[in-house]
Write a protein that binds this ligand. Structure first.
Ligand SMILES: Nc1ncnc2c1ncn2[C@@H]1O[C@H](COP(=O)(O)OP(=O)(O)O)[C@@H](O)[C@H]1O
Ligand SMILES: [Mg+2]
Length: 261
């Protein structure tokens, strides 16, 4: 839709020769792509194609073997994972909850704490600014809980939520860090059609808010429906890239998919 305009602006994320090698395995090789501000950019490919590794590289959870990644024109190389979050990139994990016993509200407050100045020291001496900040955080946490339809579950342990609710909690926690770019790794996995519909609506709302979204999924139908552009990865290499309808009709993509699944 707005991919016409976006191609005239500078990319928010750009990779150059992105390569990640694990021993003899080239998990991602010499990958170049650009994502423009406000885009909903998709990454698809068969199992083991290297999709999650691309996210791991962006978030500095695996080292690059070669190449570089630029966010708003600045290299992410050599940053620590938490520094990537501070720059404005956050990821929603493929697995469910990271802290099963921790209540919903605490998860979200923890995400928020990456932007607030609250330190251990401040929480002990509690200056006036601390109370103000905590109030703002609680207000924001309530908004996120409402946004992800988790009202009434604030004090529930994350593990007691349904799978789809846990995914929405992960999304709320990611959003709490106030990202400019959000990475979603298989956000629809294990969901029924209604739950997928709810997750799509959330992603579209986030995007309306001006955020850039980078999503990985297997589900070609869903990806075709929501993405502005799609990159197809096979054996760690770019197979093709383009508008959803172009990609879906590409015989190499169809072959990689039928061969892979
Ligand atoms: N930390 C790692 N150490 C060694 N091999 C890995 C590691 N992470 C991923 N791989 C391998 O890299 C390849 C790509 O994995 P991954 O990026 O998870 O694929 P996808 O998300 O597309 O299914 C796979 O062969 C996988 O086994
Ligand atoms: Mg994966």
């Amino acid at each position: 839709m707005d991919s016409m305009n976006s191609s005239q602006s500078n990319p928010i994320l750009r990779t150059e020769n992105l390569s990640v090698q694990f021993g003899a395995l080239m998990a991602v090789g010499q990958l170049d792509f650009q994502i423009y501000p406000g885009e909903l950019f998709g990454l698809i490919g068969p199992n083991g194609a290297g999709k999650t590794t691309v996210f791991n590289a962006i978030t500095s959870t695996v080292p690059l073997s070669h190449g570089d990644i630029y966010f708003k024109g600045k290299s992410l190389r050599s940053l620590k994972p938490h520094q990537v979050v501070t720059r404005g990139i956050v990821r929603m994990f493929q697995s469910a909850t990271i802290f099963p016993k921790i209540p919903v509200m605490i998860h979200i407050m923890n995400g928020l704490s990456c932007r607030t100045k609250s330190s251990v020291w401040n929480s002990i001496i509690r200056p006036p600014s601390f109370h103000k900040e905590e109030q703002t955080s609680r207000q924001r946490a309530r908004e996120l809980i409402q946004f992800t339809a988790l009202e009434g579950f604030e004090d529930h342990a994350a593990e007691s939520l349904s799978w789809a609710q846990q995914k929405r909690l992960m999304l709320a926690t990611a959003l709490a860090t106030e990202p400019r770019l959000i990475l979603l790794d298989e956000p629809f996995a294990g969901m029924n059609a209604d739950e997928i519909g709810e997750m799509i609506a959330l992603i579209q709302a986030i995007r309306q808010d001006g955020m850039t979204v980078f999503v990985i999924d297997h589900n070609m139908k869903v990806m075709q429906r929501i993405c502005d552009r799609i990159l197809v990865l096979n054996f760690g290499q770019k197979l093709t890239e383009g508008l959803p309808e172009e990609v879906a009709q590409d015989s190499r993509v169809i072959e990689a998919y039928l061969g892979g699944d």
